[in-house]
Design a protein around this ligand. Sequence first.
Ligand SMILES: [Zn+2]
Length: 101
Amino acid sequence: MNDFTWFSSQTDGQDHAVLDVAFAEARARGIDYAGLCGHVVWPAPLWAPPGRRCARCTAITAARSAPVDASTGANGGSGGEPGRFRPTRRRRRRGGGPRVA
Ligand SMILES: [Zn+2]
């Protein structure tokens, strides 16, 4: 289950993932809130179409939801990636493990 929500930002036209707790705290205190990437989000109107998802937020949310793999440091962190976030070669559905309905 996600503990974040995607918000479109007016300043860069991208969607950023904002932690629900960060959003709630910012709203309660009347301050700005930032996406997981650190971008301060100025929310676009709700009728605005969704933007392109921020590459850093996408990478961070993917790393958060995936099993932790200390050997690869899936989070990247260097910030120097020129292209899209590329998931590590982790096989998520291998062998058909037990299914929980
Ligand atoms: Zn972002």
